[in-house]
Design a binder for this molecule. Structure first.
Ligand code: ADP
Length: 424
């Protein structure tokens, strides 16, 4: 599912950015082509004005002058003396003759009609398309002057092949750049959206794992409850009481597990808040210690407490939740410490904050497991896992401490065992 969404998102992201980029760059290309055409026409006009000036100044038009004009650039020239073409260079090809005819017709259609009474001298520049004759468009210049009572008409044509070639190359370059930009944009969007979707994907994976693990954990007590319920129908009074006891203890295990799961879900959805208030941590630690002393004594574990000699400033925290964290750590300490072991509960305070420690000399946690023990449903040794231990305690503890902007760390107790440290 995520692959499909990823592809769609990347395509959408790249598509929108590419569309904006394409509109901007093709707009720029259009403007640049227009200015190229206009500057090229202006250059042509300037050159034609110069030629017209030379023609006006010199009273006689020599073959030499005309040949020079034609050879200087890429111009084709036709001179009509009272309507008769004058040959000053090589004989024009039939295509050239037709081209000049077209140019004169264009000029007459568009410009000559305008001036009913032509003056003694006129020079008109225009651009026209040869429409089928060759592939090029042309700039044309018609110079008309009076000579010895008659008229001298000169048509100068310049093919726009070079300009069109330049425009064509520019368009190709733009198309290439746009294609490259599209590929780069898609690659970027692909990686960008991948990074964007990664937390969602991980979250979904976590949820799936959570549901699978929760179902697995609930299946065992449920199976026990069902089999006890059906067996109790056929058993005698004593057996029935035993089955009912089992049903009750499995039921309360399930209820504890469901409560933990609900708490974690609320934490995940941020529908759970901590209620901070000034709390005397030494009192809180002492109360928790007293509550766990009998539990530890049942397993012949000695519980010690070390508190600062002077009273500490109150800590802004949720006392109910901090007590819950301490209970999880003490409960684990008692569970994973063999009989005759010891557990030390301590509190210190310095410039970095409050530091609470639960140190046991139990079975300890291998370094390779330390990074995972705060994960949901993680149990270091599945075979060794105890009843009532679903692997949720430390993830709840870590979420509570995170909500307090604190830290919970795990280390080894010197001589063996585990030490959990909470920094608030
Ligand atoms: P559980 O309910 O199974 O104890 P936790 O999340 O509290 O789940 O702990 C995860 C795992 O970390 C435990 O299954 C256990 O393997 C390990 N662990 C936690 N506390 C201790 C401890 N004090 N000593 C040894 N192992 C511990």
């Amino acid at each position: 599912m995520f692959r499909k969404v990823h592809l769609r998102l990347a395509a959408l992201c790249a598509g929108i950015t590419f569309f904006i980029l394409a509109v901007m760059s093709w707009g720029y290309l259009y403007i640049s082509e227009k200015s190229l055409k206009s500057s090229s026409f202006t250059a042509f006009q300037n050159e034609m004005e110069d030629i017209a000036d030379t023609l006006m100044v010199s009273s006689i038009l020599t073959w030499d002058q005309l040949s020079r004009i034609e050879n200087q650039g890429t111009y084709s020239i036709q001179v009509l003396d009272n309507g008769t073409p004058l040959l000053f260079n090589r004989k024009p090809s039939p295509e050239q003759t037709v081209l000049f005819e077209m140019a004169w017709n264009y000029y007459q259609e568009h410009f000559q009609i305008l001036s009913l009474e032509p003056g003694p001298f006129s020079c008109t520049e225009f651009d026209f398309s040869s429409k089928g004759l060759g592939s090029s468009d042309y700039y044309g210049c018609a110079i008309i002057t009076e000579r010895n009572g008659g008229s001298l008409e000169i048509m100068i044509l310049m093919p726009l092949t070079a300009l069109q070639q330049q425009i064509h190359t520019q368009r190709l370059l733009f198309a290439l750049l746009t294609a490259l930009a599209a590929a780069a944009l898609f690659l970027f969007s692909w990686h960008f959206t991948k990074r964007l979707l990664r937390p969602l994907e991980e979250n979904q994976q976590r949820q799936t794992q959570f549901i699978a693990a929760a179902s697995h954990e609930l299946r065992t007590p449920l199976a026990v409850i069902l089999s006890c319920a059906s067996a109790s129908r056929y058993g005698n009074e004593e057996e029935r009481a035993h089955f009912l006891d089992s049903i009750q203890s499995e039921g309360s295990r399930m209820s504890g597990l469901i409560e933990d799961m609900l708490l974690l879900t609320h934490m995940e959805n941020h529908t759970w808040t901590i209620e901070k208030r000034p709390t005397e941590l030494d009192t809180l630690l002492l109360e928790t210690f007293e509550a766990f002393e009998p539990v530890a004594a049942e397993k012949s574990i000695r519980l010690f407490i070390e508190l600062p000699e002077h009273s500490l400033p109150p800590c802004s925290c949720d006392p109910k939740r901090i007590r819950q964290v301490l209970s999880i750590l003490l409960h684990n300490g008692i569970s994973y410490t063999p009989s005759n072991g010891q557990i030390h509960l301590s509190l210190t305070f310095d410039a970095r904050g409050y530091r609470m420690q639960v140190a046991d000399n139990g079975i300890g946690i291998p370094d390779s497991e330390k990074a995972h023990i705060f994960d949901r449903f993680y149990r270091a040794d599945q075979a060794r896992s105890k009843k009532g231990h679903f692997g949720l305690g430390l993830s709840i503890a870590s979420e509570i401490i995170k909500a307090h902007q604190g830290k919970i760390l795990v280390g080894d107790t010197p001589g063996g065992g585990s030490t959990f440290t909470i920094v608030l």
